[in-house]
Design a protein around this ligand. Structure first.
Ligand code: SAM
Length: 315
């Protein structure tokens, strides 16, 4: 059978599947091509004949896709910031929109003498690995409650040969005490869907990605983020940053929550994807210094200059 005919059949099958939320233009064609490339080992010549065994295998994979299974769970990998990451059933698949979270962290870490970062709810490690790869000498830790996710993250670190320590644990609970007050940046892309909204999440996501990666089962969906906002100051160095990725329509709430928790310079940043934002906030911790004859004031070591381009503050 010719590759072109197979692709046409696959695109039609995927396009008519009610289990898929066909929101992306050309997404069905893209899925059909990705799966065929996966079967043929990246060779995709539309006029070429596909061997019978590959046709059978392709049909089985397309059928899995029509049942809603994410492409990355089927192929076993995804790409994030140029990194090829292993993923699979039982883990959250990193989204392109999260590249903005990694970018925000990198801008704040570059130029520091001993840059340190913690990525909370790291999943298979996209943000932590991108930071470690792009910030020379960075000391990066990734944490997640999911053993399965941390298993994938460690495998990714080994395959990519990128030095990140991945630990299983609730939020910051497994960070060594000696690190208190020394972290430059904490990144978090945690669940933020309220328990009542979970029923509105498309089956394609809710049926395949773990519930604990989508919701904390609180009413607002923001209890984990709130808890993190209370725990983070203990770990951040003076003027260190907490960066939280959330859906655009939750960013105002998260910004308010961070201001109430005492953070400074809180803003919602836009990285080009209309459905997500990264709320950035600076910890106010720091040594209290008393200038001669003056009143006590907090010291803020200078930050490396941030050449933030293309950032729109929506708040
Ligand atoms: C939306 S996923 C994001 C994963 C990853 N940051 C990414 O962008 O691909 C949220 C992650 O938070 C993790 N998580 C949920 N509750 C957590 C907790 N209490 N402490 C640490 N991680 C948690 C989940 O297991 C999941 O991997």
């Amino acid at each position: 059978m010719r590759a072109a005919d197979l692709l046409e059949w696959a695109e039609r099958s995927i396009a008519s599947s009610p289990a898929i939320d066909h929101w992306e233009k050309r997404g069905d064609r893209h899925d059909a091509e990705s799966l065929l490339r996966h079967v043929l080992g990246n060779e995709l010549e539309p006029r070429a004949d596909v061997p019978a065994a590959s046709v059978r295998r392709y049909r089985r994979l397309v059928e899995r896709r029509t049942l809603g299974e994410p492409i990355s769970h089927i192929t076993g990998f995804t790409r994030f910031s140029g990194l090829r990451l292993a993923v699979g059933p039982g883990v959250f698949v990193p989204r392109d929109s999260t590249e903005w979270l990694a970018e925000q962290a990198i801008r704040r870490l570059r130029g520091r003498r001993r840059p340190t970062a913690v990525d909370v709810g790291t999943g298979v490690g996209p943000v932590a690995l991108t930071i470690a790869q792009r910030v020379p000498g960075a000391d990066v830790i990734g944490t997640d409650v999911s053993r399965v996710a941390i298993g994938f993250a460690r495998r990714n670190a080994t395959t990519l040969d990128v030095p990140v320590r991945f630990v299983v644990g609730d939020l910051l609970s497994r960070i060594p005490r000696s690190r208190a007050g020394s972290i430059d940046v904490i990144t978090a892309h945690l669940p933020y869907i309220g328990r009542a909204e979970l029923s509105l999440v498309p089956d394609e996501i809710a049926g395949f990605e773990p519930e604990e990666s989508l919701t904390d089962r609180s009413r607002s969906g923001l209890e984990l983020v709130e808890r993190l906002s209370k725990e983070a100051p203990r770990w951040l160095r003076t003027g260190g940053w907490l960066l939280v990725e959330v859906a655009s329509d939750r960013s105002r709430e998260v910004a308010t929550l961070l201001r109430r928790a005492g953070y400074a310079d809180v803003r919602s940043t836009y990285g080009g994807m209309r459905w997500s934002r990264v709320v950035v906030a600076r910890g106010r911790g720091g040594a209290v210094t008393t200038p001669p004859g003056g009143r006590a004031r907090k010291s803020h070591p200078s930050l490396p200059s941030l050449h933030v381009t293309g950032v729109t503050s929506r708040l």
